[in-house]
Design a protein around this ligand. Structure first.
Ligand SMILES: [Cu+2]
Length: 350
């Protein structure tokens, strides 16, 4: 029987501005309480902001994900299992990755679990980062329950595209993707098995950064993937976030350095909604669309992106204190896509 409640009431029941304990019951995971009753319980708490309680950061820590690429969040020995780089005679690097698809339940709000399909057990998948001209070699193993692929945005030959029926890697199968990292810019990868929207929204996507040969100026850098989750499978998202965990950075603000350059690699992988957006309070940022130029095209405080679109944002915090960032679709913000920067003298220790 399909419970009759709106996606707004689901989130209220799931702990947004009220209690965290209703989510399990709504998803049929735990507890005998019927969904309709849970909604009634929590009605009227919709004006508070953010979630109550904390998600477990044991398997996925959004704070670490922000500033991790090429598995830099892992200890050296563990890291070498997933990532190796080998200098080439021409000065470029061969970068080799071990990427696997695996089904995993992930916590997207306190007590709210989503049956995801993941790359390497996390959503978004690991951020891959190279310099223009490097050789990328990815050993992909499908340990999941459905056919999957890796489809990269960037230059590559057709057999590396991961988009045609014959490219599908069946459960238990594997494939070696190999191509040069170009052009420089901010790109992405995702599964391109059909139905595409299902494979993307289940969590099979990640960020692919290609640095120009002459690097961008030093900055405190971070990756933000705008995403959403359809928790009751009605082709509409009930939860929104950057980097999967709703309201995470409301409770744990992102420390940024005062007076120094901050660079955000922003990617939109939201399914079902035509657009997503990023809005920053109290200041403006430069926009480098797709990251493929070194000159910014725009200075704004609100940026709108379609799925697959991405942009590098640069700014410098002028004043100490808290600055909110969120989707300027107010509904997305209230359903989890909202966070805080905390600007201070120390900022982030890079
Ligand atoms: Cu897939």
């Amino acid at each position: 029987m399909k419970p009759s409640f709106s996606r707004r009431s689901l989130l209220q029941a799931a702990g947004f501005g009220s209690l965290a304990t209703g989510a399990g019951a709504l998803l049929g995971r735990t507890g005998p309480e019927p969904a309709s009753q849970a909604v009634t319980h929590f009605a009227g708490h919709g004006h508070a902001m953010g979630a109550v309680g904390r998600v477990s950061t044991e398997t996925f820590d959004p704070m670490r994900f922000l500033r991790a690429w090429n598995f830099s969040d892992l200890a050296d020995e563990e890291r070498s299992r997933f990532y190796r780089e080998t200098p080439q005679p021409d000065g470029t690097l061969l970068r080799e990755y071990e990427i696997f698809a695996v089904d995993r339940e992930i916590e997207i709000a306190p007590g709210l679990f989503f049956p995801a399909w993941t790359y390497n057990g996390q959503v978004p998948g690991p951020t891959l980062r190279a310099t223009e001209g490097d050789r990328i070699r990815i050993h992909f193993v499908n340990q999941g329950s459905h056919p999957h692929t890796l489809h990269f945005h960037g230059w590559h030959p057709p057999e590396m595209d991961g988009a045609m029926p014959e490219h599908q890697v069946l459960p238990g199968g594997q494939f070696l993707y190999e191509f040069h990292a170009e052009p420089f810019g901010l790109h992405l990868y995702h599964c391109h098995a059909v139905p595409l929207k299902r494979h993307i929204h289940k969590g099979l996507y990640g960020t692919f950064i290609v640095d120009p040969r002459t690097p961008r100026p030093p900055a405190d850098e971070m990756v933000m993937v705008m995403n959403g989750f359809d928790t009751n499978f009605d082709a509409d998202n009930e939860v929104y976030a950057v980097n999967s965990v709703a309201h995470f950075h409301m409770a744990q603000p992102i420390a940024v350095p005062l007076g120094r350059l901050v660079r955000i690699y922003l990617v939109n992988l939201t399914e079902f909604d035509l657009l997503n957006s990023f809005h920053l309070h109290g200041m403006f940022f430069k926009v480098y669309r797709t990251g493929t130029a070194l000159e910014s095209q725009e200075v704004t405080d609100t940026l709108m992106l379609c799925q697959g679109e991405r942009a590098i944002l640069e700014t410098t915090f002028r004043y100490p204190g808290s600055f909110m960032f969120h989707a300027h679709q107010s509904e997305f913000a209230e359903l989890g896509w909202m966070g805080l920067f905390q600007a201070g003298e120390d900022g982030h220790e890079a």
